[in-house]
Structures are given as structure tokens and as C-alpha cells.
Ligand binder design. Structure first.
Ligand code: AMP
Length: 586
């Protein structure tokens, strides 16, 4: 639809969306029917005895809820070149590599034209709502988009991150034009093989088109903060390039150099202007609107683990609105942000009922059962998952794990994300992203979730903000080599902070873990004092480089918040870079 259009008909997109969300239950039924009709001949479904039935009841009775481990052998056969219909009726055209940064291991997932269509649908839906409140005119976008290395599987399928498949697709570029959000960087920059060369050129292109830039964006907020932190280091070099009209020798890629040569010409006036603006800033506050006077908003996923970058982003953005992008994964899209003026901390995502079939595992029952087991002292009892409920059966205020059935061969697949239902838009739920379900610091029976960790870190980091320093990034792990075991938090800080303040940060972190079991275990010392390890500047960049080396892309990068014991390389990087450590004294 989008590729033929000059400008997106936003009113039509909104109308279609309202109609569909008014009838979510039927749309879900129809969507499941379509998925099962298209893929009924696939071996995976054939084996389960659906025998052509496409109704939700038969689907749930025959098809088990699975995790990645269960479907991995099927995906491996696809990757190895088995062309028979294994997971889908039509062949899978590519494999997406998930970032793998949340759990230390990246996964390969099927990608096909249907997922591409879903992508365009969700992008145009949120754009339609966004453009009503924050209209952009014929301008350009400074998009910090990067591709991953694209490899071929043994069977010859292209394999790269989902965002790389999307950026490579011509429909995506047409859609960006239709949404008046065309990137100001040439494609050679997006597809450059060296992240730092691409980043430098994105910044340079942004400056060259500074008057036209209407929006600054990336897939996840981390990349925008990373870009402007880099800008702080390289701005003089960027100005020199603009002044002379010659690209810095740090960019060695011949195709990027020739693409950039077409844009660069000596412009001492612009160089002077940018130099003057940068020199006049106080600690880079308001950097974004100063550089890009016509920017209307900043756009990227800003919820979940990205919330930790909001403080820095707001520092750069000042009064430019921050708008969180949509909710999805390499496995497929889930919901759109249709309330763009809501601050990211309170943002929710409305599920699009026709882009997949969605179910939800209630988590409240789980927690109650867990507590009951403790009361009965039956710690060894196996946790039985409660039955998943359908999209329109979820209850406001409750938390769930998302299960997705998509058009690319995943059936009742546990995504591992925890969401809270905050309300309904017509008859489809609005979800707040809570955290990854199994990302936890846990020693005995305590459970410190990713969200608990984020809140504790936010609280403790206030103490370093008072010293005019900021937290560059953080992570954690459980140290079982001490007796008793204890939690370790890694912090990288933008500058020097006194031992007294850091000791207090450490105490504050320990005090802020409110999990009942953690608090009790700390009292009786079955969990040792929390340890804060301050790492040297640049440590988290080394972590990023490590993941890039494994095939991740900056566009989908998420700092691992809890590093598991098997992720030895990441632990080693931290271990090699500890500058100071503190033990809690609470
Ligand atoms: P990946 O497949 O590597 O891109 O990672 C997908 C994961 O990123 C999801 O399962 C979520 O945990 C996280 N994610 C994606 N979109 C959002 C969002 N809007 N808010 C919070 N987390 C998100």
C-alpha cells in the first residue's frame, strides 16, 4: 500500500485502525484462520493433528506453547537449506538474528514478506497518530540506522538483524518517503561495515542538512544517546570537515567516501556557526535543538531497558518532545504507540489485532502460587504455568507474558516479555512494557527483576547527579564465588566521584531492593552485602564492540542488564576494567 503512495493518507490509516480495534476478537479469529490456512501444510502443524481446523479452540487444544529451544531444530533445518514446508507454507526468505544482548545468546528467527508488511503497517499506524499531534512537513530525518553484517546460512538464506532486513527493503525507503521521514544519510552510510565510520557520517549528514532535519530517530534510544556522546568527542573534527569540504581520514570505506563526497563542499560559514553553538552550550544541554533548529521530536523505543537513557536524552533534547516508537521483536510486531505526547515513562502500546495471534500467560496466579508453595514449604514443587488467555480476555491492571503466533512460522511462541494491561483502546488492550521475564538477579528464592534493578539504579544515581556526573551505563551479576553469594552492580560514570558518595550509592542500591526474600536474606546474611564495582570509562563500549563482533547491530543493541554465569566473555570484560569497588554497609 505504502510503496505506491506519495504521501501517506493518515486519516484512512486511523479509520482502518479504529475499525479493526473495535472488533478485536473477530479480527483475531480471522487472523488465526489466515495464518493456519496459509501454513496448514507445514510439517510443524501437520504433526499436531489440526487437520485443517483453524478455530482458536482447536488451535489451543492441538498446538503446544513453546520456547525458542523447542523450535530451534526446525529453524536450523530451514537455515541448512531444507526447502520442504517446515514451519510455513511458502518458503522463509531470510533469518533474523535477535540482538542476543538480553540473555547473552542471539537467536535466529524466520523472516518473510508478511513480517515486512506488518512492519509497514505498524510504522504507518503510529505515524498517522503522531502526525496529528506533531506534524512534520517536507523535511528530512537524522536516523541513526545501522545494518548488521549480513551473512548467508549454510543453505544460502540471508541472515542479519531484523532491522537490517527492513532497512534493505525498498518498501521501507518508500514508506519513509511517504511519511516524510527520509534519512539524510546516503544508503552507503547505513550499510557501512564499520559502526564508527557510519556514526561519524550520520552526524556529518545531520549537520549538512541541519535546517531540514525535522526528526531525530533510531530503533532504540540507546543509539541516539551513543551518537551524541560521540558527537561530544568528534565535533571539532566534524566542523573541520565542513570547513574544508573534505571528509576526515577516519572514514576509510571507499563507497562511503564517494557517497559523502557528493554532499560535502567547503562551507566555512556553517562550520563557524556549529562551532559557535557548541562552544556556547553548558555541558551539552540543548545540543539537539541548537544543532537542528527545526526538529519537531525525537523518536525511538524509549521504554523498558531504554528508560535508563532518558535522563541523558532529555539533557540533549531540552524541550524537544521524546516520543517512544512501537513495541515488537525479531519474532514480530505487537503494538503501536498511538499517544505520542505521553512521556515515555507512562507510554503504552495498543496491540494490532491483525498482525499476529496473541495470547497472554497471567503472571499474578504464578506469583500467588509461588508464595503458597513457600508457605507450604514445598519449595521443590514444579511451577505449573496457568493457562494463557486471549487478547480480549486480559484484565486491566494485571501482568502477563506475551505469546505470539505469527505469519512467519512461530506458533504459540513465548516471547519472554512481561507486560501490564493498562486499559483498552476500543476492544484491544493497551500494554505497558514491564521487563524481560527471566532476566533476574536471583540467589536463593529472591527475585530482583530487570525493573527492580532499574528503579534501584535510578534512585542511587541521583546521588552522583548531585555531583554533576551521570551514569553512562550499568549492568549486574550474581557472584557465587563469595560465601554467601552476593549481587554485583557495575557502573560506568562520566567522571570522578568521591569514595564517600560512591559508598552511599552502594548502600542505596542495597536498600532499594525491596523484594521480600532479598530483604530477609540480607538480614540473616544468607545473601552477602551488595557490591558496587565502578568500571573504567569506555568499558560499556567494549561490551558493545564484543556484541558487534558476534554479529549484533547497534540498531538493536541493548546493554545486558543481568549477565549470566555462562556469559564469561562479558564478565571478563567487566572484571578486567574494575577501577574501584564498594560493599554495602546497610
Ligand atoms: P530484538 O528481537 O533483539 O530486537 O529484541 C526484542 C526485545 O526488545 C523485545 O522482546 C523486548 O524485550 C524489547 N523491546 C522491543 N520493543 C520494546 C518497547 N517498545 N519497549 C520496551 N522493550 C521493547
Amino acid at each position: 500500500m505504502l510503496e505506491k503512495m506519495e504521501i501517506l493518507d493518515v486519516e484512512k490509516v486511523v479509520r482502518d485502525f479504529e475499525e479493526m480495534t473495535n472488533d478485536a476478537e473477530n479480527v483475531q479469529r480471522e487472523t488465526l484462520k489466515l495464518i493456519l490456512e496459509e501454513n496448514g501444510c507445514a510439517e510443524y502443524l501437520q504433526k499436531l493433528g489440526l487437520s485443517g481446523r483453524t478455530d482458536p479452540e482447536s488451535f489451543k487444544a492441538c498446538v503446544p506453547v513453546v520456547t525458542f529451544k523447542d523450535v530451534e531444530p526446525y529453524i536450523r533445518r530451514v537455515a541448512d537449506g531444507d526447502l520442504s514446508p517446515i514451519l510455513t507454507g511458502k518458503p522463509i526468505t531470510a533469518l533474523s538474528r535477535s540482538s542476543g544482548t538480553t540473555q547473552g545468546k542471539s537467536k535466529f528467527l524466520p523472516f518473510n514478506d508478511e513480517l515486512m508488511k506488518n512492519t509497514l503497517q505498524i510504522f504507518s499506524t503510529s505515524f498517522a497518530f503522531r502526525n496529528r499531534e506533531l506534524p512534520i512537513e517536507n523535511g528530512k530525518a537524522l536516523q541513526f540506522n545501522y545494518s548488521s553484517k549480513q551473512t548467508k546460512t549454510k543453505g544460502g538464506l540471508p541472515a542479519g538483524t531484523a532491522t537490517t532486513h527492513i532497512f534493505r527493503n525498498s518498501q521501507f525507503r518508500n514508506a519513509m518517503k511517504a511519511m516524510q521521514s527520509q534519512s539524510c544519510s546516503p544508503v552507503e552510510v547505513i550499510f557501512g561495515t564499520d559502526l564508527y565510520q557510519s556514526l561519524y557520517c550520520h552526524l556529518l549528514c545531520g549537520l549538512l542538512f541541519r535546517e531540514e532535519v525535522q526528526l531525530v530517530s533510531s530503533s532504540f534510544a540507546f543509539s541516539i544517546v551513543f551518537a551524541f556522546r560521540t558527537f561530544e568527542q568528534v565535533w571539532k573534527e566534524l566542523c573541520a570537515d565542513i570547513r574544508e569540504g573534505i571528509l576526515s581520514s577516519r572514514v576509510t570505506s571507499p563507497c562511503i567516501r564517494s557517497a559523502m563526497a557528493k554532499l560535502l563542499k567547503p562551507d566555512p560559514e556553517l562550520a563557524d556557526l556549529i562551532e559557535k553553538k557548541c562552544s556556547g552550550l553548558n555541558n551539552w544541554h540543548r545540543l539537539i535543538p541548537e544543532l537542528f533548529p527545526n526538529v519537531k521530536y525525537i523518536y525511538a523505543i524509549m521504554t523498558g531497558s531504554m528508560e535508563s537513557y532518558l535522563k541523558k536524552l532529555r539533557h540533549y533534547a531540552a524541550d524537544v518532545p521524546l516520543v517512544t516508537a512501537d513495541y515488537g521483536a525479531s519474532e514480530g510486531w505487537i503494538g503501536a504507540n498511538i499517544n505520542p505526547t505521553v512521556p515515555p515513562e507512562s507510554a503504552t502500546y495498543v496491540v494490532l489485532p491483525n498482525i499476529g495471534y496473541f495470547e497472554f500467560i497471567p503472571l499474578k496466579d504464578n506469583i500467588e502460587k509461588h508464595l503458597q508453595d513457600k508457605v507450604n514449604d514445598s519449595f521443590l514443587s514444579v511451577e505449573v504455568e496457568p493457562k494463557p488467555v486471549g487478547l480480549t480476555e486480559v484484565k486491566v491492571g494485571e501482568e502477563y507474558e506475551v505469546i505470539i503466533t505469527n505469519f512467519a512460522g512461530l506458533y504459540r511462541y513465548r516471547l519472554g516479555d512481561v507486560v501490564r494491561v493498562t486499559g483498552f483502546h476500543n476492544s484491544t488492550p493497551e500494554l505497558k512494557f514491564v521487563c524481560r521475564r527471566n532476566l533476574m538477579l536471583t540467589i536463593n528464592f529472591d527475585k530482583i527483576t530487570e525493573k527492580d534493578l532499574q528503579l534501584a539504579v535510578e534512585e542511587a544515581a541521583k546521588l552522583i547527579s548531585e555531583e554533576n556526573m551521570d551514569l553512562v551505563d550499568f549492568s549486574s551479576h550474581v557472584d557465587v564465588s563469595s560465601d554467601p553469594a552476593h549481587c554485583v552492580i557495575y557502573w560506568e560514570i562520566s567522571g570522578e566521584v568521591s569514595d564517600e558518595v560512591l559508598q552511599e550509592c552502594c548502600n542505596c542500591l542495597d536498600r532499594s531492593f525491596l523484594d521480600h526474600d532479598y530483604v530477609n536474606a540480607r538480614k540473616i546474611n544468607t545473601i552477602g552485602p551488595l557490591e558496587l564495582r565502578v568500571v573504567r570509562k569506555g568499558t560499556f563500549q567494549k561490551i558493545l564492540d564484543h556484541y558487534l563482533g558476534l554479529g549484533a547491530a547497534l540498531s538493536q543493541f541493548k546493554t545486558p542488564r543481568c549477565v549470566g554465569p555462562t556469559n564469561t566473555q562479558v564478565l571478563q570484560i567487566f572484571c578486567d576494567n574494575v577501577a574501584k569497588n564498594y560493599y554495602s554497609m546497610v
